[in-house]
Ligand binder design. Structure first.
Ligand SMILES: [Fe+2]
Ligand SMILES: [Fe+2]
Length: 212
């Protein structure tokens, strides 16, 4: 109790956090796959789900190499990212726009994992846990590849399909600032502020198709 924790203690704590995050992600990836419209996106989520199951087993080997019992500790960070993803899935978007949003949600999770595994590899190396470091590096490489795969799908057509799937000029209801200025002068300013705030909240994550 009196002694301060070591980097080894912090390392074990982070491993438990990550073990739990991976288990949460297996359920989330199944939902992402189910919600995807584009077959290649569904396939990407599905194959990363299978990869994730392998990553859980690999974490088991990491614990074993350290003579520790494989155990999870609730990961609040990934839980929050998954909650946001669930909220997006409840929105009423066309298929291509939803796909663009699912990619955005998936990439948030992959980046979280890349940060976690990057730290774990570096700490394992610093403490001379070479076997653990090699195993963790394999997973880090898989997370990076999964992230790049999603970027490729987004930039290879899904974002553009989302942008192109918007209704023609004049038919859109609540996103057309010009109509609002003419029809409801009193509210136009307030709405313009709201729309600007939305845009600045995440310009990269918001697909272009969202606005028009
Ligand atoms: Fe993972
Ligand atoms: Fe992942």
């Amino acid at each position: 109790m009196a002694e301060a924790g070591t980097l080894h203690d912090a390392f074990i704590g982070e491993l438990r956090d990550t073990y739990d995050a991976e288990r949460q992600l297996t359920k989330a990836l199944a939902k992402l796959a189910k919600a995807a419209s584009a077959p290649e996106l569904r396939q990407a989520f599905q194959s990363h789900l299978e990869e994730t199951q392998g990553q859980i087993e690999r974490l088991g080997q990491v614990f074993e190499s350290l003579d520790e019992k494989a155990r999870g500790k609730h990961c609040d960070g990934i839980a929050g990212i998954i909650e946001e993803g669930k909220a997006i899935m409840e929105e009423d978007f066309d298929g291509a726009t939803m796909d663009a949003c699912l990619i955005a949600a998936g990439q948030r999770a992959e980046h979280y994992e890349m940060a976690a595994y990057g730290t774990l590899v570096a700490w394992a190396r610093a403490m001379g846990h070479e076997e653990a470091a090699d195993l963790l590096q394999q997973t880090l490489d898989e997370e990076k590849a999964a992230d790049e795969k999603l970027s490729g799908l987004a930039e290879g057509g899904i974002n553009q399909s989302a942008a192109d799937s918007a209704p023609p000029e004049g038919e859109s209801d609540d996103h057309d600032d010009e109509d609002e200025e003419e029809d409801e002068e009193g509210n136009a300013d307030a709405r313009a502020v709201g729309s600007g705030a939305k845009k600045s909240a995440g310009p990269k994550a918001k697909p272009a198709g969202r606005r028009r």
